[in-house]
Design a binder for this molecule. Structure first.
Ligand SMILES: [Zn+2]
Length: 413
């Protein structure tokens, strides 16, 4: 039988064997495995989500790799089902095309293209588009909807084959897949194989520096194998014949960097933003273990503060529910030990409702349950969206309910 998890011993970006533990987190079940009623009797195994730091290149990463089959087996997510993401990709396409200025009619490839949302906007900008996505049903329906999508994982073999059969590509995009892949070197080789001489590879990843600064440790889970920063990426791209030429920071997902790369020796000039961020990372101590020890201490302090409050409320006989059934919520629940605290979890996404949380099997219900069950306190698991959640649930507040926002600084509303 194929093993469900393996532990690698070298850095995912530079192959160095010096990759010490930087941040120890509590083992979790697959964080998105919200299960149905029938599966409640089946125990869900837990796997490590510890963060390691490469001493050689400074890359932050998970070394325990859980089988993608286990993680993505029940994959139900498409971009178009998320209205915020559709707008995001519309702006993304406009911005990238105006910046990169690919020749009209030149080819664009999106790796991990999902339902083709980004490509449809790139197509509208005059590019000839192609998607690659391993979720075969999503790929098939994207193709049927007019965005040709190959149902496979992108690797060097696929890249070489595409170059041979289709020609070169003026624009290659990859969003989030760069955090998910365990074989990034092979993916980079595939991109180099098909990139046009003046082509640009654009990818977005969450930014480790922002994660530390903003306490977004709950973004560390099995699917997110890499937590990127600029220096390790620059070294990695260079090893694979690519050159990092620009980096943009955005606030998306608690802090994101959008990176631009060209073939080594390409025609574009490096932006001053690259050396500026390298300096910032160095001054921040992003490549030093002490920074992660200090981060771990801040996380521990937040855990103690929250649990003190919850214990006090429970002693007073108060009822507590959660808000936001998400992957990050699972990490927070396990690392902060909140499984026994919440009677139920409210979520606005109908796909999650009537299911049960990973591992603890806490029932997920619609927000209409707030009026019926009137919990005294609502612990916002999706804390990065706390302001939006509170604004949407004013009725709960006026009826005497309270919100607990656990992070970045605990507050009660
Ligand atoms: Zn490394």
């Amino acid at each position: 039988m194929e093993s469900l998890v393996y532990h690698r011993h070298t850095c995912r970006l530079c192959d160095s064997p010096k990759v010490p533990l930087a941040l120890k987190l509590t083992d979790c079940p697959p964080v998105d495995a919200f299960i149905t009623e029938e599966k409640r009797s089946v125990a869900q195994p837990r796997f490590p989500i510890n963060l390691y730091l490469c001493e050689t290149c400074g890359h932050g990463q998970l070394l325990d790799v859980v089988s993608p089959k286990l993680l993505f087996g029940d994959y139900i997510y498409t971009t178009a089902s998320s209205p915020g993401l559709v707008n995001y990709f519309r702006d993304y396409a406009t911005h990238v095309v105006s910046k990169v200025k690919p020749a009209p009619g030149s080819r664009a490839l999106d790796i991990g293209s999902n339902d083709g949302t980004l490509l449809s906007f790139l197509k509208a900008q005059g590019l000839s588009v192609l998607g690659v996505d391993p979720a075969s049903e999503v790929a098939t329906s994207a193709t049927a909807a007019g965005i040709e999508t190959l149902p496979c994982f992108f690797n060097s073999q696929v890249g070489t084959e595409l170059r041979r059969t289709r020609g070169d590509f003026g624009l290659v995009t990859a969003n989030n897949v760069f955090a998910h892949s365990d074989t990034l070197g092979d993916m980079a080789d595939g991109i180099r194989a098909l990139l046009a001489p003046n082509g640009v590879f654009v990818f977005e990843v969450s930014y480790l520096l922002d994660m530390i600064e903003n306490m977004v440790f709950d973004f560390i889970y099995h699917e997110h194998l890499s937590h990127h920063s600029v220096k390790p990426l620059q070294i990695f791209l260079k090893r694979h014949g690519l050159q990092l030429i620009d980096v943009e920071r955005t606030a998306s997902k608690g802090g994101t960097i959008r990176c631009y790369a060209q073939l080594a020796g390409g025609p574009r000039v490096e932006s001053p933003e690259v050396p500026r961020l390298l300096l910032l990372e160095n001054e921040y101590g992003l490549y030093r273990l002490e920074t992660y020890t200090a981060w771990g201490n801040r996380i521990d302090a937040a855990k103690v503060r929250l649990n003190d409050l919850l214990t006090k409320l429970k002693t007073e006989g108060k009822t507590i529910a959660g808000y936001g059934a998400s992957a990050t919520g699972t990490v927070l629940t396990y690392h902060f030990g909140l499984g026994g605290v919440m009677d139920f979890i409210v979520d606005d996404n109908p796909v999650r409702q009537h299911r049960y949380s990973p591992g603890d099997h806490i029932p997920i219900v619609a927000s209409t349950a707030l009026a019926e069950r009137k919990p005294d306190y609502l612990l916002i698991l999706a804390w990065r969206f706390a302001d939006m959640i509170i604004a949407r649930n004013q009725a709960y507040l006026t009826q005497g309910g309270h919100f607990i926002v656990p992070l970045p600084e605990m507050r009660v509303v």
